[in-house]
Design a protein around this ligand. Structure first.
Ligand code: GDP
Length: 366
C-alpha cells in the first residue's frame, strides 16, 4: 500500500496525531477491521462522499472505502544525519515511505518542552529539512564516485542515471531539497529520480499543530508556515492534534456536535487524509453493485489493466475490457442500466487511462 511518513522534531504532536488517526471511527470502518501492521504503522479509510452517492444509486448493502497508511516516524533530532538520537533508524524509516507529512509545532504550552527552546515552526522545518539534505548529500557523494567511473567506461546504466545524480547533487550542495527537480522533470525521468530513493525527493506536506483555540483561524505561526509552504509549492493543513484525539474517541454523531461547537465543518483528520492522498498522487475508481460499493486506489496515470490488478492479479492478467461510467453520469443518470441506455457506459481497452471517479466493471479471462 501507499504510505505517508509522519515526521517532525520531538514534542510537536506526531504521536498524538498518529494515535488519533488510528483510533478514528473511519479507521475502524465496518467490514474491514482497522489494522496496525506494525506498532508505528496504521491504515486509515480515505473519506470520500461519492461512495454514499454511488451506494444509494446501486442500492449497495455495504460501503468499503479505500485506505492508505500512515507511519509514525520517531527519533529525529538535530544531528540525525550524523547518527544522533535514533538517526540512522529514523532515516531508514523515511526511505520506506512514499511521501512525508511534516508536523510543526504551532502551539504554545510552557509545560511541554520545545527541543529548541522556542516556538518557531519555520525554523523547525529547516532543521528537519537540513538533516534530510545532509543525509542525501552524503549518500549521493558516496554513490556518484562509482557511477562517474562507470559512465566514463560507457556503462549504459551509469550513463542513464548520472545526469540526474549530478543535478540532484548540485541542488543539495546549494542547500536545496531534491524535490525541486520534480517541478519540471520529464515524465520519463521520474523513475530514474525515484530509483535514487533520496529523502528530499519525496513530496512533502506541512501540518501545523495548533492549540484548540486556533483550530479554526490558525495563528501567526501557521501563517508563517503557509507562506513558506506556498513558496515551495507545498500544501499546509492546520490541525489541533488535541481536538482530533478527543474527536477520535467519540461516535460519528457526537464528534459532529463537538466539531460544530468549535466551528469546524469536519474532522481535521479527514482533511489530512485527503491531503495525504493527493500528495501521493493517487486517484480513486469505484466498483458498485447490490453487495457493495467499493473504492479502489491507483496511481494517477494508471491504465485499466493495472487498475483491475488492484482487485485481483487474475483481473490484470486476463484483462479484456472495462465498462466505464464517469461518476457524475452514474449518479445523475441513476446507475449502470440507465447509463448504458444513455450511451454513457464506455467500453475501454488496455490503453485506457483511468480517471478519478470512474465506476468500473472489468471483463476478464480466467
Ligand atoms: P511527538 O514527540 O511529536 O510524538 O509529540 P507527542 O504527540 O508525544 O506530544 C508531546 C506532548 O505535547 C504531549 O504531552 C501531548 O499531549 C502534547 N500535545 C500534542 N499536541 C498538542 C496540542 O495541540 N496542544 C497542546 N497544548 N499540547 C499538545
Amino acid at each position: 500500500g501507499f504510505k505517508c511518513g509522519i515526521v517532525g522534531l520531538p514534542n510537536v504532536g506526531k504521536s498524538t496525531l498518529f494515535n488519533a488517526l488510528t483510533k478514528t471511527a473511519a479507521a475502524q470502518a465496518a467490514n474491514y477491521p482497522f489494522c496496525t501492521i506494525e506498532p508505528n504503522t496504521g491504515e486509515v479509510a480515505v473519506p470520500d462522499p461519492r461512495m454514499k452517492e454511488i451506494a444509494a444509486v446501486a442500492k449497495s448493502q455495504n460501503i468499503i472505502p479505500t485506505r492508505i497508511s500512515f507511519v509514525d516516524i520517531a527519533g529525529l533530532v538535530r544531528g540525525a544525519s550524523k547518527g544522533e538520537g535514533l538517526g540512522n533508524q529514523f532515516l531508514a524509516n523515511i526511505r520506506e515511505v512514499d511521501a512525508i507529512v511534516h508536523v510543526l509545532r504551532c502551539f504554545e504550552d510552557d509545560d511541554i518542552t520545545h527541543v529548541e527552546g522556542r516556538i518557531d515552526p519555520v525554523s523547525d522545518a529547516e532543521t528537519v529539512e537540513t538533516e534530510l539534505m545532509l543525509s542525501d548529500l552524503e549518500s549521493l557523494e558516496r554513490r556518484i564516485v562509482q557511477i562517474r567511473k562507470r559512465a566514463t567506461g560507457k556503462d549504459k546504466e551509469a550513463l542513464a542515471v548520472l545526469p540526474m545524480m549530478e543535478k540532484a547533487l548540485e541542488l543539495l550542495q546549494d542547500g536545496k531539497p531534491v524535490r525541486m527537480l520534480l517541478r519540471d522533470i520529464a515524465p520519463d525521468d521520474l523513475p530514474i529520480l525515484q530509483e535514487l530513493n533520496l529523502l528530499t525527493s519525496k513530496p512533502v506536506l506541512y501540518v501545523c499543530n495548533v492549540a484548540e483555540s486556533n483550530a479554526v483561524a490558525g495563528n501567526e505561526h501557521t501563517r508563517a508556515v503557509a507562506a513558506m509552504a506556498e513558496a515551495q509549492g507545498a500544501e499546509t493543513v492546520v490541525i489541533s492534534a488535541a481536538i482530533e484525539a478527543e474527536v477520535a474517541q467519540l461516535s460519528d454523531e457526537e464528534g459532529k456536535e463537538f466539531l460544530d461547537a468549535i466551528g469546524l465543518e469536519e474532522p481535521g483528520l479527514d482533511r489530512l487524509i485527503r491531503a495525504g492522498y493527493k500528495l501521493l498522487d493517487l486517484i480513486t475508481y469505484f466498483t458498485a453493485g447490490p453487495k457493495e460499493t467499493r473504492a479502489w486506489t491507483v496511481k494517477r496515470g494508471s491504465k485499466a489493466p493495472q487498475a483491475a490488478g488492484v482487485i485481483h492479479t487474475d483481473f490484470e492478467r486476463g484483462f479484456i475490457r472495462a465498462q466505464t461510467i464517469a461518476f457524475h453520469d452514474y449518479v445523475a443518470l441513476g446507475g449502470e442500466v440507465a447509463a448504458k441506455e444513455a450511451g454513457k457506459a464506455r467500453d475501454e481497452g488496455k490503453e485506457y487511462v483511468v480517471q478519478d471517479g470512474d465506476v468500473m466493471l472489468f471483463r476478464f479471462n480466467t
